[in-house]
Write a protein that binds this ligand. Structure first.
Ligand SMILES: C[S@@+](CC[C@H](N)C(=O)[O-])C[C@H]1O[C@@H](n2cnc3c(N)ncnc32)[C@H](O)[C@@H]1O
Length: 203
């Protein structure tokens, strides 16, 4: 099963107490670092829109990027009355962003980077699509031992999370002006906790 068909199936039961709670926590952490209002915000790997929805008052325009049609059906239903929320149905590792959608003041992504083949390349693409003084928030599993997902291959997992050092090395490699890192949440499963880190990149 590839990444996309996995998430088409997963979309049917994606919204639950845990995913809602963690996206609320992610948004609270993001809000501490961004202006109260920005012009454009991108949510990469937006899923059903749990994080986008938490940030809806922060921007004039919010664009979800998502490759799974199942996820996007729920995303478009959630925002049916919110004309400022839009989406692009693309696989951003294979297809380009249309030239008229950016630049973005804030780019956020939650729990999507471990599904990418080339996360550094994606961060570089984000950087090219940032407004001056824009910020990027990568929220994902802290480096783990491969036990978080019950079936890494079947669930399209390409990385077992990312350590602070890895996220920071990307900042240096791509020439961001500053980098911050926080553990913003813990997911309890398999009788243990998995930390969720947030890397913050300033242009
Ligand atoms: C684990 S889900 C997280 C969804 C949402 N951010 C949340 O936390 O509720 C990861 C999402 O990233 C999307 N995704 C993964 N690779 C992608 C790509 N290359 N382009 C666009 N979306 C992608 C998947 O389809 C999936 O919906």
């Amino acid at each position: 099963m590839d990444n996309r068909s996995h998430f088409d199936t997963a979309s049917k039961t994606w919204d639950n107490e845990e995913t809602v709670k963690r996206n609320e926590a992610f948004s609270q952490s993001i809000k501490k670092h961004i202006p109260t209002h920005v012009s454009k915000l991108m949510d990469f790997g937006c899923g059903t829109g749990l994080l986008t929805g938490q940030l809806i008052d922060q921007a004039d325009e919010l664009i979800g990027i998502e490759t799974s049609n199942g996820m996007l059906e729920q995303f478009s239903e959630r925002f049916i009355r919110a004309s400022k929320v839009k989406y692009l149905a693309i696989n951003l590792e294979k297809e380009s962003l249309p030239s008229n959608v950016g630049p973005f003041d804030v780019i956020v992504t939650a729990m999507a980077f471990h599904h990418l083949i080339g996360p550094l390349k994606m961060l570089s693409l984000f950087k090219r699509n940032l407004s001056p003084s824009g910020m990027i928030f990568i929220i994902d599993l802290d480096e783990e031992d491969g036990t978080f997902h019950p079936d890494n291959k079947g669930m399209g997992v390409h990385h077992f999370g990312f350590s602070k050092n890895t996220l920071e090395s990307w900042s240096k490699e791509l020439g961001f002006s500053s980098f911050q890192h926080e553990i913003v949440y813990d997911i309890f499963k398999n009788d243990r906790s998995y930390g969720i880190g947030m890397g913050i990149y300033h242009l």
